[in-house]
Design a protein around this ligand. Sequence first.
Ligand SMILES: [Zn+2]
Length: 237
Amino acid sequence: MPITDAHMHVGDFPTFGVRLDEDRLAPYLAENGIDAAMVFHQDNAMVRRVIQDIPGAYGLYWANPKLGDPVPELREYLEDPKFRGVKLHPLMDGFHPDDPMVWPIIEVLIEHDLPALIHCGHPIFSLPWSIEELIARYEDAKIILGHMGHGNVIYIDASIGVAQRHPNVWLETSGMPMSVKILEAVQKVGADRVMYGSDGPWHEPRVEQLKVQLAGLSPEDLDAVMHGTAQRLFLGV
Ligand SMILES: [Zn+2]
């Protein structure tokens, strides 16, 4: 069964003791049975260099509005067909997801019909209710709740609730430990709005895959969550 991984990092994260060296990305995808992956790091130029020659590797532009207006550079990156959207990390970069600084980024994505993957699951800046403020403001934007609430069942349930209230929301499974919540998400919003991600190398892709495979989904829904939904959203296929 083909696998598309909606959430993968490359490069060094020395603060956290986590790394996937640039030259390890291609073997890492192969070792983990991953056919396509959305890859990102704060160093967008490095990501562009790394993914260029790896079939199946795509980039999400890491936009940090705290560092100044990212829109000119974002537009430039989105001209490269290897870049398929934006990663926002309100927790790590320290901004409210509905801060006016974020709005121009979302407007560019609407123009390109590409999604934003937003880290979701930790106070103070990345809780689902805060991201919902942005989602409600931009009903034409495509927003992925990365980690779908992460490790806290209150935030997980709230993330599913946000997706139920807003048809422009997708849920991504990385780092969220409860297989039963993947099944619940598919039942409540449909397999066409739930997608597998690993958050590798922070999490082991094969563990993250097994978590989805054990959720009790029908074969068709499992295929959508592991592959089809992300293919359609990021690549339009
Ligand atoms: Zn991540």
